[in-house]
Design a protein around this ligand. Structure first.
Ligand code: HEM
Length: 180
């Protein structure tokens, strides 16, 4: 987001409108561009970048035979960039989430919160929390990074920037400017 002032401006407008009229939970649905940027960010840099399971029984799949006890890994980081499911897979295109595209998407082509019986119990909560936080942040502040490159990543349990992420933060209105 910090690399894309164009999307930040559009999200800031949405955030200002949201904050100006009470911001009930029903109003969250109006944050379509903020939601799109969040989903697109988690597509390209999924916080949970890979999940694993151990097979409890043998299982035949079209391209693989899985034996009881085998470990099976399901990397969000790869599937989320698979051109079979996403046009221009490496591009940041939040608009892809604002139309009907999502309805036709395979359930396990995009799964930042996992899936099946152990899906994240807080998916709805996290999506609400992130939309509200972004509405507040972007309505008031601009975020900039010096580089347009993808930051080096550290694939630990969750995916995070290897060397931190330095942001320049400035108020949208007024002269107050601060570097962190
Ligand atoms: C962007 C935010 C979040 C992401 C991307 C995320 C992602 C995930 C994923 C992928 C799993 C499945 C792990 C697996 O199957 O092995 C999971 C499980 C879980 N998450 Fe989240 N999560 C998020 C936020 C949260 C929050 C805010 C909470 C709690 C308030 C939470 C609580 C849990 C719990 C308790 C489980 C385990 C569910 C189970 O095993 O039955 N998550 N999460």
């Amino acid at each position: 987001m910090a690399q894309r002032p164009d999307y930040q401006d559009r999200c800031a407008e949405e955030g200002k409108r949201f904050l100006s009229h009470g911001s009930s939970s029903a109003d969250l649905d109006s944050l379509t561009m903020i939601r799109g940027t969040l989903l697109e960010s988690m597509r390209l840099i999924p916080p949970v970048w890979m999940q694993g399971r151990q097979a409890v029984q043998d299982c035949e799949m079209p391209d693989a035979s899985i034996r009881r006890g085998d470990l099976v890994y399901m990397p969000q980081f790869l599937l989320h960039r698979d051109p079979r499911f996403f046009e221009h897979p490496d591009d940041f295109l939040p608009e892809r989430w604002t139309g009907s595209f999502e309805r036709g998407l395979h359930q396990f082509a995009y799964y930042p919160f996992g899936g099946g019986p152990r899906i994240c119990i807080a998916e709805e909560f996290a999506m609400a929390e992130m939309r509200i936080a972004l509405a507040h942040f972007l309505a008031q502040w601009r975020f900039q990074v010096d580089s347009s490159e993808m930051p080096a990543l550290n694939p630990f349990i969750t995916l995070r920037p290897k060397n931190g992420l330095k942001l320049r933060i400035s108020r949208r209105e007024g002269p107050n400017y601060k570097e962190v």
